[in-house]
Every structure is written in C-alpha cells, then in structure tokens.
Design a protein around this ligand. Structure first.
Ligand SMILES: *[C@@H]1O[C@H](CO)[C@@H](O)[C@H](O)[C@H]1NC(C)=O
Ligand SMILES: *[C@@H]1O[C@H](CO)[C@@H](O)[C@H](O)[C@H]1NC(C)=O
Ligand SMILES: *[C@@H]1O[C@H](CO)[C@@H](O)[C@H](O)[C@H]1NC(C)=O
Ligand SMILES: *[C@@H]1O[C@H](CO)[C@@H](O)[C@H](O)[C@H]1NC(C)=O
Length: 768
C-alpha cells in the first residue's frame, strides 16, 4: 500500500488557547501529524494500519486486492501484521534472488528455464521450456513408451526409447559383411556373392527413424567367365551361365572322354579336331599340295602332264563331318588342232596335234621373214605357240638423193634394180662411185659421188694479188704499200657455183697522224688514220720557249680519246713564244710534231689617273700588273707643248735616239724606263732634270702648257707594238682642260688637241 503524506508547514502563529493535547490521544498504532492547514495536530494510523487513529487502528490485509495486483504476475501475496510480502510461484524466480520481496523496488518473478538441466527428459528426450514449466518429447530415432507426447518426466511413466530396425533383410547375390547394430543409425555393409561382381548402387544400408533399413541399392552382376580365352581348351566353345559356365565343341571339333556340355575343371572331357585322313586320288590329276588332313585343310590338284583343265574346281576341303569335299575338277587331254596358215609362206608339219608337236614356216621366193622365230610348238594351253611371223616382199625402197646430181632409174626397187647418178650442169665429178644396185638384203649399194661446182674466174680484190689457188679455194694478199685490215684472206667456191669472195680489205699504209696544222695560234688540227669504229687515245705535249727570256718554259700535256677522223684540240698558248708540239697516237705508237710561234700583242695599257697641275715639276703615279712580256717592254714619257691643233700618233715614234731631236719646242721623250724594273706602282716627276734611259728629263718652261703622255712599248726583233694614255696636263695659263669621253685607261692611238675659246678639248682616236 502506498501512502502519501502531505506535509505542509504554514508560517504563522499557532492558535493559542487550545489546551487539548491531541497527540496524547493517538492510538498506539498511530502517529501524531501536523494538520495540512497548520491548524493543529492530527492522529493518523501508521503505515499498514487503517482506522481513525485514536480509537481504532487495525492491520490492513493488502493481499486481499489480489496477489497479481499487489505483487505482480506469477506471485503469491502474504499478509503480515502491518505489512505484507511476496514470493514467486513455483517455476519462477524472483529477479533479486531473495525468497521474499516487496515489489516496489522493481523485483518481479521470472520464468525458470528448466531445460538448461541436461538429461531432464531422459535418454532420447527433447526438452521444451514453457512459461513456469517445461515439457518433453522424443528425438528422431526414439519413440515414446508408457504414455503420449508431450510428457512430463515427473508426472506419469512416459519415457523415450530408441527405434530398433531388427535384423537387416538378405539381398540377392550378396553377403552381409558387417552391421554396427540394429538400432537407429546403425550401418550394415554387403559384398557381392562369389561369381558376381559389383554392377551399380551403394553397398550399405542404414537403420532409419521409421524402424526400417534403407537400401542397400547395390546390384551384383554375374561374372562372364567366357571372356577368358582358351577356358574351354582348343576347339572348345564357352557359354556363360548365371554364376558359372559350360563348354561345348566348335564346328570341326568333337568331344572326347566325355559328353557335351562339359566343364573343364570337372571330368576329363575335351575337344579334338576332326581329321579327314589322306585325300583320295583323282583321275588324270596330281595332288599338288595339302595344307593338312584336319578340318578346314585344303588339298589342291593340278591336271596331269598332257592334260588340261576341263571343268570343276581343283581344290578339296576337309569338312566337319571328317570327309573331303570334292575335287570336282575334270582334266582333258591336250589337242592343239591344225596349225594356222601364214601368208606368203609354206607350212612344214608332220600332222601331229599333241603337246610338244612342232610346225615350221618358210617364206615364198622374193619374200623374206621379218621375225626371229619361224616355228611354233603345241603348248600346254592346247594352243599353237603364237609367233608374229610374216613374210615381206624384198624392196630397196626409194633411192637416196645426192646433192648436185641427176638420177637415171627405171623406178623398180627389186633386188637387182640399178641406179645411175650424174653430176648436174655446172658441176663436175670430183670423186666417188655413181652406180648403185639393189641387193638381196633390200638395200641400195653405197654411193660416194662428189660433184663440185665450177665457179669461173677467181674474184678480184682491190690492191691485192693471188698467192695460191686450186679449183675451189683462192688465197689473196695485199700488194706492197698496202696492208690488210681484218677479214678473211681466202675466197671459196660455194656449192651454188659462185665465189664467196674474201672479206679482206687492202688499205694504203699511212701514218696514224697526218695533215697537222695550226689555226689562229690556238688550235691544232690533224687527220687520224685508223680502222672505222676504233677509238684512238692521243697525247698532246707542247713546249714554249723564248729567245729573249731564257728562264721561260711553258710545258703542258693533254690527253684525249676520240673516234673522229678529223681532230681539233685548242690549246692555251702564251704570246710571243716559240712552241714545239708533238701529238702521239698511243695505240698506233705514232708521233707527229709541229712548231709554231705566237705573235707579239699590244702591251696592256698602263692604269693612270689623269690629273692637272700648275707646277713645273709634277709627280705622276701609275699602277701596273706584271706581264710575261715585261723583258721586251718599256715605258716612254712624252711631253707635248700645247700649240694649236695637236696630233699624237701612238705608233709612230720608234725607239728614238735620246739626243737627236731634243729641241723641246715640239713633242719629245723625256724619259724611257724598262717595264721589268718597275714594280706594281711607279711615281715619276716630270722635269726633275735627271736622265732616264738616256733621255734628259728637262724642266718645263713656266707660262707654257704641256700634256704628258705615257706610252707602253713591246718590241722583239723588228716587231713593235705600243699603247698610249694621256697622263696629265701641266698648265702655265688659266685654261681649263675639258676632258671629253676620256677614259684614262683607254688605249689611245692618236691624240688631237684643240683649243676652242678658253676650253681645251682632247679627242682620242682609237686606233682600229
Ligand atoms: C588349280 O590349282 C593351281 C595351283 O594352286 C592354280 O594355279 C589353278 O588356278 C587352280 N585352278 C584350276 C582350274 O586349275
Ligand atoms: C683446194 O684446197 C683446199 C685447201 O687446201 C682443199 O680443202 C680442197 O680440197 C682443194 N680442192 C681441190 C679441188 O683440190
Ligand atoms: C723563234 O725561233 C726563231 C728561229 O729559231 C728565232 O729566230 C726567234 O727569235 C724565236 N722567237 C722567240 C720569241 O723565241
Ligand atoms: C716563226 O718565226 C719565224 C721567224 O722568227 C718566221 O719566219 C715564221 O714565219 C714564223 N712562223 C709562224 C708559224 O708564225
């Protein structure tokens, strides 16, 4: 019972004036409490008691509400004085494990799992827990006895008992080998009976929960002893029986020492081959061979000599009945009949037709035998030996044709026929025989006729002569001064009656190189003498020398190869040089030589820069490049006083005598310098009063105007070549020189000066 006490303390002063002590009146089983409203004290029965608290407080029976309500499920309620307690029903346990409890601490009664105790249901029993209890039933392989399922071990006599299948049943063709028992789960094992072998299925059986043996499914099969060969002995035939076998004899064998069927392990019975004994003799035959006398043996006969097979088989077989069958052969005597007749022949025969009789043949006259054999014998087959004899008429056939002949012939080819050969027109009989006779052997007599052509006069070959000849061959050779160039040197009289002339060519003997000459001082030309298509290799060497320059030597070699007949080779020759050139034809080993001299050219124009001066001693400069003609060249400096129209001819003044006309009023040479002594540059001062090459370099007069001309001269012996250039103007007046079309480097032949109203002009005439 839950009693709720409400305690309220109210602040205030207690009511005074009440003297009654309520508490003193309280029942012994009550207690004194403050009133809830604080208006004084009150007596209340103690917990577990009911009443007015003063006169009556009686024990309260809490259990009367019902144990279920007060103690919870599966409980029993016990009232005590002033209280109560709870216990669990059997099969339940309090959750606090105390035997007595009050439920208000949460304790309750829980089901006990009795099945946790093993063996509760006995052997083969199966325990099932129930709410507050349990029950038993039997496991598979067990069945209940003395009761029904489910059962309780403590109530009644029911219990579980193992299933028993009893003794296993017997299985066909098998033997029970072992069994682990007769109860549920026991295993029985079988094996096949003697004479049987496992065929299919399992060989074990198990005792089931239903009290029955399952299986075995094994099937045992009969062993076929007949598969073992030779079990019944030679000629025996085995027959398999269920779990056994028996023997009988094959065809051609018979049982001995017993009866059929027999068993080889029991008794002495066995099979023996049938024997036919020796085969009987047959008329007109000979026993050729016999494979034996027992069943299946074969004997073979052949016809006796002089006899031939007529009909039937010639073999006999020993049968199962012990008798020879056959032979059915019938042999007949051999007869070849009358021999055949061969055309163009006679038959020689004694009229006999038995084996070995002979017939001969002989060819008629004029015929001869064309086979090796001419007689036939009556053979074993009853036929005359076939000979391919034939008699052929003798003929020499058509006559042979011989070249260049005509034939006289009567067109018969019999033995004795004659052929006569004659040479054709244009041919003569050189040698041999010309008559042929047809012989008995059918051949024409041998002919060796040789007709040669008549070719006429010997062929002519230019520039040749005949060395030797007969009627069919001519030998030629070239006449003197000619040589042969390839080809044959003999002409042959051909079978057609014409000459096949010699192919030899006679060619005039000439040097390999001729007509050598020079063109334009540059190219050498010559004519080659050689065989048409041949190519020749040439070596050309040329050597240049100069009288005026001992150290000079220009030596060059050149090669060329050509098929041409006219050859030209251009060379690089230097000027004013004597050259000797030699050309060698290398394969002909011939050398031709020629000399030539190159001409003297004009010297190169010196390179000067035209200038004007107003000093009487101007210094002039020129540049030059060295030249191989330097040893025969010199410079001349000309001074031309200005006067009217002036003409200067570059070629005219020779190498003047320095002193001859040095009057200085007109043009004069003021200096002469050898070119070879000048370097690449030269400075020259006009009028320095010195001598140059014997010329006096006279000072120029003041107040006059001069032109300075530089002239280069090359001279060798009587040949002289020169070139000029206007170098400078030296002026004493205020004239201005107008230069028109003047190139300082231009080669000048003539220089004309004209003074025209204050301008001084120069015309340069190029020398053509
Ligand atoms: C007979 O036997 C022989 C020898 O074996 C054989 O060559 C011949 O073909 C057989 N037949 C006849 C009809 O002779
Ligand atoms: C001519 O001479 C050649 C070469 O010696 C020879 O083969 C040929 O038989 C001769 N001919 C005659 C007709 O003598
Ligand atoms: C060339 O040869 C001739 C003759 O021998 C000779 O007089 C001449 O001076 C030679 N010329 C040169 C440039 O050597
Ligand atoms: C070579 O020079 C000589 C004299 O020096 C002259 O007679 C001759 O004609 C010249 N020959 C040629 C091919 O120029």
């Amino acid at each position: 019972m839950i009693v709720v006490f409400l305690l309220c303390v109210v602040a205030g002063t207690p009511t005074s004036g009440q003297v009654l002590d309520v508490c003193a009146t309280c029942h012994p089983e009550a207690k004194c409490d403050n009133k809830p409203d604080g208006s004084g004290k009150v007596c209340n029965c103690k917990y577990g008691f009911v009443g007015n608290g003063i006169t009556f407080c009686q024990d309260k029976d809490e259990c009367q509400i019902g144990a279920m309500k007060i103690c919870g499920p599966h409980t029993k309620c016990h009232n005590t004085y002033g209280s109560y307690d709870c216990t669990c029903l059997s099969g339940y346990n309090p959750s606090n494990n105390m035997t007595i409890f009050i439920p208000n601490d949460g304790t309750n009664c829980q089901d006990i799992d009795e099945c946790r105790i093993t063996g509760l249901c006995g052997d083969g029993g199966w325990c099932r827990n129930l709410e507050g209890s349990f029950e038993c039933s039997c496991q598979v392989g067990y069945q209940v006895q003395d009761g029904t399922e489910p059962f309780h071990p403590y109530t009644g006599k029911a219990s579980c008992k193992v299933v028993d299948c009893g003794q296993p049943a017997s299985v066909e063709d098998t033997v029970l080998l072992s069994a682990t028992g007769t109860t549920y789960g026991s295993v029985a094992t079988w094996v096949c009976d003697e004479g049987f072998i496992w065929g299919s299925g399992h060989n074990t059986s198990v005792c089931g929960a239903d009290g029955l043996w399952s299986g075995p499914t094994m099937v045992c099969e009969d062993i076929d002893e007949c598969r073992i060969t030779g079990l019944c002995g030679d000629g025996g035939w085995c027959r398999n029986l269920e779990g056994s076998f028996e023997c009988s004899c094959q065809v051609g064998y018979q049982v001995q020492d017993g009866t059929e069927p027999f068993h080889p392990y029991r008794g002495k019975a066995s099979c023996k081959v049938v024997d036919c004994g020796q085969p009987a003799s047959v008329e007109d035959t000979v026993l050729l061979s016999a494979t034996g006398t027992t069943y299946g043996s074969i004997a073979t006969w052949v016809c006796d000599e002089g006899f031939i097979w007529g009909s039937g088989h010639n073999t006999s077989v020993c049968g199962a009945d012990g008798l020879w069958s056959g032979p059915t052969m019938v042999c007949e005597e051999i007869d070849c009949q009358e021999p055949v007749h061969k055309p163009h022949s006679k038959t020689l025969w004694d009229g006999k037709t038995h084996i070995g009789s002979v017939v001969s043949y002989q060819c008629d006259e004029g015929y001869h035998s064309k086979s090796l054999n001419n007689h036939s014998v009556c053979g074993e087959s009853g036929l005359w030996e076939d000979i391919d004899l034939w008699c052929e008429e003798i003929s020499c056939g058509p006559p042979l044709i011989h070249p260049h002949t005509n034939l006289l012939w009567d067109h018969t080819s019999r033995p004795g026929s004659v052929l006569l050969y004659e040479c054709m027109d244009g041919f003569y009989l050189e040698s041999g025989t010309n008559i042929s006779v047809c012989s008995l052997s059918g051949e024409w007599g041998e002919i060796s006729i040789n007709c040669q052509a008549k070719c006429g006069p010997v062929p002519f070959l230019a520039n040749s002569e005949v060395v030797w000849h007969n009627r069919s061959v001519v030998m030629h050779r070239c006449v003197d001064g000619y040589h042969s160039w390839r080809g044959s040197s003999s002409s042959v009289c051909g079978s057609s009656g014409t000459w096949q002339p010699a192919t030899l060519r006679c060619i005039e003997i000439k040097p390999a190189i001729s007509h050598v000459h020079f063109l334009n001082e540059k190219c050498v030309q010559w004519k080659a003498e050689k065989y048409e298509e041949d190519s020749e290799d040439y070596r050309v060497t040329y050597t240049g020398t100069r009288d005026y320059q001992r150290s000079f030597r220009d030596e060059i070699k050149q090669y060329l190869s050509s098929k041409a007949e006219q050859l030209k080779l251009c060379l690089h020759l230097l000027p004013a040089t004597n050259y000797s050139i030699s050309i060698t034809a290398l394969s002909a080993r011939f050398t031709a030589s020629i000399t030539t001299n190159t001409s003297l050219p004009e010297p190169p124009v010196p390179v000067v820069y035209y200038r004007e001066f107003d000093t009487p001693v101007p210094t002039l400069r020129l540049n030059r490049s060295a030249n191989t003609l330097d040893p025969i060249s010199l410079y001349q400096v000309f001074v031309l006083p200005e006067e009217g129209i002036m003409v200067f001819d570059c070629s005219s003044p020779g190498s003047a005598d320095p002193l001859s006309k040095n009057n200085f009023s007109s043009e004069y040479i003021t200096a002469q310098i050898l070119i070879g002594q000048v370097g690449t540059q030269m400075d020259f001062t006009v009028g320095d009063g010195l001598y140059y090459g014997g010329f006096y370099n006279a000072p120029l007069k003041k107040g006059r105007t001069y032109y300075i001309i530089l002239r280069a001269v090359s001279q060798w012996k009587t040949t002289l070549k020169s070139s000029c250039v206007l170098w400078a103007k030296v002026t004493g007046t205020s004239y201005v020189l107008m230069v028109s079309s003047l190139s300082a480097a231009a080669a000048v032949g003539l220089v004309a000066f004209v003074i025209l109203g204050g301008y001084s002009c120069i015309w340069l005439f190029k020398k053509k």
